[in-house]
Design a protein around this ligand. Structure first.
Ligand code: AP5
Length: 218
């Protein structure tokens, strides 16, 4: 794999983007830019951005494009190695802004990989998810049970349930996904960069498929 690839991981909430991104970071020495994690950091800091974003996030809605585009641009500009975009873009406006950013930085988008999972499975994944307060790793009450209850396997941080993993927010997040983000599949298909992975298999199997796409070597 070349040294400075840009990979976009697409997929609905709960498809496994974060789980897979964390593995790819270790295997391919990439960095993960997760807009959801960046926003949660801003919320925790109670910054102006965080206070503004929090209302949208709790309800399971998308935060305004301008805020998120600015935030991503600030991070992407300093990236000198291979990068995984996890949770960005989510609207056509974001995808177009990303094209402009990438071009102005002299980079290119190399892979857009969609992890597809049906809504019923997504609901059970999200409602049982546990996240590490310290390192952000995801676990699940049934599908990825931590070795010690309530503790992260990797850093022993405390596990918690995200406030947007409540039934009403999950319902809204899935509706928003179908309306605003799923159309990006066609956006990227027309650019010839698109790959699809069946996400309804074990996390290890999904990882194998991702590795195989990335190892084809561009
Ligand atoms: P964000 O944090 O990005 O949330 P999301 O896209 O809703 O994605 P998730 O983190 O919920 O799911 P994931 O695909 O990473 O799944 P995971 O690996 O954890 O965004 C949160 C909010 O921020 C948004 O709602 C929005 O308000 C705002 N936001 C963020 N980006 C934005 C943007 N660009 N524009 C506007 N607003 C933005 O896995 C889920 C669970 O399933 C885990 O428990 C895991 O253990 C389990 N699991 C994973 N893989 C498998 C498998 N293969 N089999 C069984 N279980 C599995």
């Amino acid at each position: 794999m070349k040294k400075d690839i840009c990979l976009i991981l697409l997929g609905a909430p709960g498809a496994g983007k974060g789980t897979q991104a964390k593995q790819l970071v270790d295997i391919f020495e990439m960095i993960q830019l997760s807009t959801g994690e960046m926003l949660r950091e801003e919320v925790a800091k109670k910054s102006t951005k965080g206070i503004k974003a929090n209302e949208y996030m709790k309800a399971g809605s998308l935060v305004p494009d301008d805020l998120i585009i600015e935030m991503l641009k600030d991070r992407l500009v300093n990236v000198t190695q291979s990068v995984i975009l996890d949770g960005f873009p989510r609207t056509e406006k974001q995808a177009e802004a990303l094209d402009d950013m990438i071009e102005s930085l002299g980079k290119q988008i190399d892979y857009v990989i969609n992890i597809s999972v049906d809504d019923e499975k997504l609901i059970s994944r999200l409602s049982g998810r546990l996240v590490c307060k310290n390192c952000g790793a995801s676990f699940h009450k049934m599908f990825a049970v931590p070795l010690i209850e309530g503790k992260c396997d990797f850093c022993k941080g405390e596990l918690y349930q995200r406030s947007d993993d409540k039934p009403e927010s999950i319902k809204n997040r899935l509706e928003v996904y179908h309306k605003s983000t799923k159309p990006l599949i066609d956006f990227y298909k027309t650019k010839g960069l698109f790959y699809e992975i069946d996400g309804d298999q074990s996390a290890d199997q999904v990882l194998l498929m991702l590795k195989s796409i990335l190892s084809e070597g561009k």
